[in-house]
Design a protein around this ligand. Structure first.
Ligand code: ADP
Length: 445
């Protein structure tokens, strides 16, 4: 009511002025009564006119750009303008704060690795996070208000969505054709739905790998077991001569050896996967290690292959000796097993200028066709299954080698050509290679 008294005072003042001046003018003309009334009327008309002008100005502002300030008039209309503008600004601030909160909320949802999609009661898209749009192959803007089942037609998803609020989730191939999705739908509000999608490609792949692995292990163990069972039955049911008995027992021993090697390789792999990285400060001298590996390989070769002389390096590698030994032994033994008699085998150490090094195992054996190279280090992958088994292979050797070298911060590189021999290289990072303590410069440098 702060505007009321001044306004009343102003009206009274204008009226008094009009009456006073009208009375004076009327008296001069000998008509004081008429003068008083006319003065009062003019005063009232003037006051109304000023009021009207202010009201019109306020109305023009209200109809126009409300972002501009309200007319700064005094009195009643000024007060109305001021109050309207203040209410407007407060509302704007509240809306901006609300919008900021919503934006923060949505960016939190966008930051989630899971996709979020909101559907109305007719399953039309109300809002979609970028991840959900990517998962389901949607265009977040173009597909707004479209029924989701028109856009994602995968039968498993459509059936699941129409089932209502299910506690279970559904998995299906991503509509874009890349990977697998797991989707959960929850009802909320007034028959609206919240769809949460998750990329489970990696998990699906890991599950498939685990299943394959178990199937492969079972198969690998079942074969020698079947053979053994056959021999046991033969021995139990048939009268055998001493020579036959000896032969059967030898074959049985071969099968048990095969299972032992398989179990030992499986344990090695499990250990490699479950143990921490090899220490970077335990140094293993390479020369004695290579000497052992070569002696074993020459035993295996039984003089069938000439080995190129090795310049034994005066170096040490940081890591675990049993692992390094196993990796090298696998490579050199493969060279022997896949190289026909008379073929050459060479093992060499190469130091590089940047301090890193590589151990090279080369043979002039049967070689490997290009298409097999990317898969060689997969567990149980064999180019020629019978040759591998006949020579005591488990199909796990190169996968052990790859694991070992990767755990030592290095890499395994394979070059080979069918019929031309193969070259396997273990690359070791500079941080894990040093000259043997007490030696001069690293051999081969
Ligand atoms: P395996 O026990 O069968 O030898 P590996 O994992 O050691 O298993 O090797 C996988 C496959 O790679 C082998 O089955 C073989 O076909 C091929 N391979 C490995 N080393 C050589 C080599 N030096 N020359 C030719 N083929 C090789």
């Amino acid at each position: 009511m702060v505007w009321f008294l001044p306004r009343l005072l102003a009206v009274v003042l204008v009226l008094a002025l009009g009456v006073g001046l009208g009375h004076l003018a009327g008296a001069a003309l000998g008509l004081p009564g008429v003068g008083t009334v006319t003065g009062a009327a003019i005063a009232v008309a003037l006051a109304v006119l000023v009021d009207l002008l202010r009201a019109m100005r306020l109305m023009t502002w209200l109809r126009g750009d409300l972002a501009r300030a309200a007319p700064r008039d005094a009195g009643f209309w000024g007060e109305v303008g001021y109050r309207v503008e203040r209410a407007l600004r407060l509302r704007e601030q509240a809306t901006a704060a609300e919008a900021k909160r919503l934006e923060e909320f949505l960016s939190a949802i966008e930051a989630s690795p899971n996709g979020v999609l909101l559907l109305d009661d007719k399953d039309q898209i109300v809002w979609s996070s970028a991840v959900a749009a990517d998962h389901l192959g949607l265009d977040a803007r173009r597909d707004m208000r479209q029924p989701i089942t028109n856009l994602v037609r995968t039968p498993a998803f459509v059936a699941y969505l129409q089932d209502g609020d299910s506690r279970e989730s559904v998995s299906f191939a991503a509509p874009g054709g890349q990977g697998n999705l797991q989707v959960v739908v929850r009802a909320y509000g007034d028959r609206q739905k919240l769809v949460i999608s998750q990329d489970v490609t990696e998990r699906t792949r890991a599950d498939a790998m685990r299943r394959d692995f178990v199937a492969n292990v079972s198969h690998e163990i079942r074969t020698p077991l079947t053979v053994l069972a056959g021999f046991v039955e033969t021995m139990a049911s048939l009268p055998l001569t001493e020579a036959e008995r000896a032969r059967v027992l030898k074959l049985m021993a071969q099968q048990t050896d095969r299972m032992q090697v398989l179990v030992s390789d499986l344990l090695t792999l499990a250990q490699l996967e479950g143990s921490p990285r090899p220490p970077a400060d335990r140094w293993v001298a390479m020369a004695p290690l290579l000497r052992r590996v070569l002696a074993d390989a020459q035993n295996l070769s039984a003089g069938r292959h000439p080995f190129d002389a090795v310049d034994l390096p005066e170096v040490e590698v940081a890591g675990l000796e049993p692992e390094l030994l196993s990796a090298l032994a696998n490579l050199v033994n493969n060279a022997v097993r896949y190289t026909p008699a008379g073929g050459r085998i060479a093992v060499a150490w190469h130091a590089r200028a940047d301090g890193s090094a590589e151990i090279e195992v080369r043979d002039s054996g049967i070689g490997i066709a290009r298409e097999h190279l990317p898969r060689l280090t997969e567990r149980f992958y064999r180019v020629d299954g019978s040759r591998s088994r006949d020579t005591g292979g488990t199909g796990l050797g190169l996968s052990i080698v790859k694991h070992v070298i990767q755990r030592h911060g290095g890499a395994l590189e394979i070059d080979s050509e069918l019929g031309q021999g193969s070259r396997f290289r273990l690359l070791l990072p500079a941080s894990r290679v040093r000259a043997r303590v007490g030696a001069g410069v690293p051999a081969g440098a």
